[in-house]
Design a protein around this ligand. Structure first.
Ligand code: EPZ
Length: 460
């Protein structure tokens, strides 16, 4: 767990690591290459380690070298089973499905299972692979896929919640090995999908339209080994931008790809955060009062759903009412009750989160529910007055490379400790005689019903 002492503005320079959500599908695609792959700027985090284990089980030797380098080489192209015991630890393991089917013409991949951010089916993945000619059955918790031949075709890959990022990765990679040309309509435009496409093209694939909703892939016989540098992590960059804003600090954030952050930059400026950029560096300062703002998470180039929780944490400090919607994962709001434990005033109203911002946060014990919620709680704890404890930080370790170290260099006070009573801050322990006496003024209760009426009107 983390013990966090809040209240310190963050100041200094911090570098963004490589993008987790680019590294994962690229690692998976490496199993389809005839020859060694060297990846650079690969973040050291739990999900990368887990996928490395999945790939090892599929006959791919993965070796991490110093300085963010990862080498991958296929030494056995027979295995095709991605086992439940590994896949259940990281749903992104489903990214091996397309490369296995494309290169080895058969795959047995465990269904990813549940997720705290909402329903996450893979029906679009399977629809696209079937369209290429694969025979696919789903039974006993596994996807069984095989194809003597893959035939290029036209595929529409859109779903009720827009495009699918990893679904596009799977179908695009498999289509590289199909006879003829494949067109994918309603393809995901996320930079991570583009980075995978660049990686595949460097390996000999013929993909055009990357970054647009329509991809054209001309099938090839084989793909060869390559060297590739993974793009910067735009979600980590956005998280650091919010960290500067919510603590009233000033950060110089380096190794960013500013075009990937256009929606986040625009939104933060609307909230009153000052942002200046040049080249691969951003200066982000949260000196002036924050303004409420309505935000809706959308597929790229919209506000990323992976930044929704962090922005909600920031909006708790903006005096007034803000409304947050997430069109990608409409139920991605498990962070709301935990933010309320830190003193925020946030309510779930149907598909929206309604924030009555402006009330200072105060330290408390909270529990992370998923990767980005844990980041949001950490940011809120940094802004809170006093000590906070954040449990289940294994969620954070899945997707951020040594985040607490980066933040502590900037002035944060975060300690990673074992979850034992001795490590609980005294300020968070209630002594017997005060157990029934709140320490804060009880008139500081949530707003009267009229607040809800206004919020509802606003939401409508
Ligand atoms: C990727 O997940 C990211 N993960 C997620 O980041 C990210 O939140 C998400 O894209 C959206 O940007 C990786 O890249 C490893 P989707 P993915 O398929 O591909 C629905 C993080 O915190 N859908 O784009 O699994 C789905 O339910 C993680 O780093 C179907 O209906 O997401 C969702 O509502 C969390 N059928 C929407 O589409 C399908 O077959 C977008 O999902 C596939 C998806």
């Amino acid at each position: 767990m983390f013990v966090v002492r809040g209240g310190q503005p963050l100041r200094g320079t911090v570098a963004v690591s490589g993008a987790k959500n680019a590294a994962l599908p690229i690692m998976a695609a490496a199993l389809a290459l005839d020859g060694p792959t060297t990846l650079r700027n690969v973040p050291e985090l739990a999900d990368v380690t887990t996928l490395g284990q999945v790939l090892q089980s599929l006959g791919v030797q993965c070796e991490r070298l110093p300085g963010g380098v990862l080498t991958l080489a296929v030494d056995d192209d027979q295995p095709c089973l991605a086992d439940y015991e590994l896949v259940r630890r990281m749903r992104a393991s489903v990214c091996v499905l397309g490369p296995l089917l494309g290169r080895r013409k058969r795959a047995c991949v465990s269904l990813p299972g549940g997720c705290n951010i909402g329903h996450r089916p893979i029906d679009l993945h399977l629809k696209g692979l079937r369209a290429l000619g694969a025979e696919i059955t789903v039974e006993r918790g596994y996807v069984f896929a095989k194809a003597d031949r893959l035939i290029g075709t036209e595929i529409y890959l859109g779903g009720s919640f827009g495009s699918t990022v990893t679904g596009t990765c799977n179908v695009m990679t498999a289509a590289c090995f199909a006879e003829g040309t494949t067109t994918i309509a309603a393809a995901a435009c996320e930079p991570e999908v583009v980075d995978l496409g660049h990686f595949l093209n460097r390996a000999g694939a013929k993909i055009s339209g990357l970054g647009t909703p329509v991809l054209h892939i001309k099938g090839v016989e084989r793909l060869h080994g390559v060297e590739h540098t993974v793009i910067p992590d735009r979600i980590e960059a956005a998280t650091l931008m919010v960290a500067s804003a919510i603590t009233g600090g000033e950060l110089r954030i380096t190794n960013v790809c500013r075009p990937h952050l256009a929606a986040v930059t625009d939104t933060l400026r609307s909230i009153g955060v000052s942002i200046e950029g040049s080249g691969t560096t951003l200066r982000v300062a949260g000196h002036q009062p924050l303004r409420p703002c309505d935000i809706t998470a959308l597929p790229y180039p919209g506000i990323p759903t992976d930044v929704q929780a962090q922005l909600m944490a920031l909006l708790t400090q903006a005096d007034g009412i803000s409304v947050v919607n997430d069109k990608v994962f409409p139920d991605r709001f498990l962070h709301i009750p935990e933010l309320c434990r830190l003193g925020a005033n946030v309510r779930r109203e149907g598909a929206s989160g309604i924030i009555a911002g402006g009330r200072p946060l105060s330290g408390a014990c909270v529990m992370a529910s998923d990767l980005r919620a844990s980041a949001a709680l950490l940011l809120a704890a940094l802004a809170a007055d006093g000590d906070s404890v954040i449990r289940r930080i294994y969620h954070l370790d899945r997707g951020y490379e040594r985040l607490e170290r980066k933040l502590n260099v900037l002035g944060a006070d975060i300690h990673r400790v074992t979850d034992t009573p001795e490590n609980m801050p005294q300020s968070l322990l209630l002594s017997a005689d005060e157990e029934c006496e709140p320490t804060v003024d009880s008139t500081d209760s949530p707003p009267p019903p009229k607040f809800l009426t206004r919020a509802r009107q606003h939401a409508e």
